[in-house]
Structures are given as C-alpha cells and as structure tokens.
Design a protein around this ligand. Structure first.
Ligand code: HEM
Ligand code: HEM
Length: 184
C-alpha cells in the first residue's frame, strides 16, 4: 500500500517537474565555437620567442589574441545577462560553488592567456626581447595554460558525471550522446 503511494508520488513529481533547462543556440555556439578556436590557437602556438622575428606571425598572433579577448568579453556579458546554470535547483551549495569557481576560473585563464600574449607581442615589438619583464610575462602565459588544462579536465569529468546522473545538465549544452528523458 505504502509502496504504491510512494511510486505514485514519484510519477507525480516527474510529471510536475519542469522540462530540463537548455542553453540557447547562441550560448551553444559560443561554447563550442570557443572549444574549436582554443584548440586552433594551441595548434598554432609560438614554440620559441625567436619565431616572433617573423613580422607577419607577430601580427597574426596579436590580431588573433585581440579578437579572442573581445569575443570572450562578448560571451561573458551574453551568458551573465541571458543564461543560468542547468544544475538542478536541489544541488548543494558546495557543488554550485564548485561549478561556478571552475567556470569563472576558465574565463580568467582564457583572458590571462590572451592578455599576456598581447603583452609579450607588445614588448617584443618595443624591442624588449629579453630580461626579467618579458620572461615574467611568458611565465604568466605558460602558467595560465597549466591551470586551464586542469580546470578543463575537472569540467569534462563533471559533465560526464552529470551524463551518468541523467539530470539534464549534459543535454543542456552537449549536442551528442544525448541522455533519454526519465519519462521515456
Ligand atoms: C576548451 C574547453 C571548454 C571550456 C573552456 C568550457 C567552458 C565552459 C563554461 C565557461 C561554461 C559555463 C557556461 C558559459 O559561460 O559558457 C560551460 C558549460 C558547460 N560545458 Fe563546457 N567548456 C569546455 C569543454 C566542454 C566539453 C568538452 C564538454 C562536454 C563533454 C562540456 C560540457 C559543458 C556542459 C554540460 C555545460 C553546462 C554546465 C552547467 O549548466 O552548469 N564543456 N563550459
Ligand atoms: C589566444 C591566443 C594564444 C594562444 C591560444 C597561445 C598558445 C600558446 C601555447 C599553448 C603556448 C605553450 C604554453 C606552455 O608551454 O604551456 C604558448 C607559448 C608562448 N606564446 Fe602563446 N598563445 C596565444 C597568444 C600569444 C601571443 C599574442 C603571443 C605573442 C605575440 C604569444 C607568444 C608566446 C610565446 C613567446 C610563448 C613561449 C614560447 C617559449 O616557450 O619560449 N602567444 N602560447
């Protein structure tokens, strides 16, 4: 008797629950577009400071980093103004805080990568090609990569964890390997 009531309650709550939230098309284009552009940027990375002696490479790197930074700002403003996390409302404060920290951490690293890159290029262009200042900026550039690789790994593991929980977080952003609705 009690068992039937419990299962009725479960079905009621599933029927009453709102459909899982999904990010807008623009948000998905920003997210996946950035993944592609970031991978492209890494594939084109400068391996050695001396490579910047090639003026066209220096200009390309600077233009790429400037456009990257502007797009990142546009993404942040758009996401803050129009979108909210797909985490279910009953998620613990600790988990919500962790997700926020990783997301903002990735924004900070992406900004730091492009700003330090632009600074390296500017110093090189101003003929400051060696010494403490340029070496310190290169260290910031490289350190930002070390941190973001760690954050991306945590982010992907968290996304996969939600895929197995089947709580709609994966489906809200990822267009492949879709989870089935619990009502199916
Ligand atoms: C360069 C790699 C990546 C970066 C920098 C990144 C960054 C972000 C950021 C900042 C957000 C928060 C929403 C926003 O402001 O756009 C987000 C959301 C999300 N990402 Fe990624 N992402 C990356 C790769 C991936 C991959 C490979 C997956 C899946 C396999 C993934 C799955 C998700 C999901 C499911 C959300 C929604 C999370 C929620 O609503 O709380 N991301 N991503
Ligand atoms: C968003 C744009 C950029 C991306 C994605 C990018 C990517 C990378 C990567 C993956 C590395 C290797 C980091 C490591 O060892 O962990 C690197 C190093 C470096 N990048 Fe960038 N970079 C960008 C912008 C720039 C710009 C604008 C410049 C200068 C014009 C620049 C100059 C350098 C230099 C000098 C190094 C160090 C090379 C060495 O080890 O001597 N980068 N970059």
């Amino acid at each position: 008797m009690l068992k039937n009531k419990n299962s009725d309650d479960t079905i009621d709550s599933l029927l009453e629950s709102k459909p899982a939230k999904s990010y807008s098309i623009v948000a998905k284009i920003f997210h996946w577009g950035f993944v592609l552009v970031f991978v492209y940027g890494i594939s084109k990375q400068v391996d050695d400071l001396k490579q910047l002696a090639d003026n066209s490479l220096l200009r390309f790197e600077m233009a790429f980093a400037a456009v990257f930074l502007l797009m990142l700002l546009a993404r942040l403003i758009y996401m803050k103004k129009t979108q909210t996390s797909a985490l279910p409302s009953n998620t613990s404060h600790l988990q919500k805080g962790a997700a926020k920290t990783v997301h903002y951490g990735m924004y900070v690293c992406l900004a730091s990568i492009s700003i330090s890159g632009i600074l390296i290029g500017t110093l090189y262009w101003a003929n400051i090609k060696s010494g403490f200042v340029i070496e310190a900026v290169i260290s910031v550039h490289e350190f930002s990569f070390t941190v973001i690789y760690g954050l991306i790994a945590i982010h992907i593991i968290a996304a996969l964890y939600h895929r197995f929980l089947q709580d709609g977080v994966w489906n809200s952003m990822v267009p492949f390997w879709k989870e089935q609705s619990k009502l199916d």
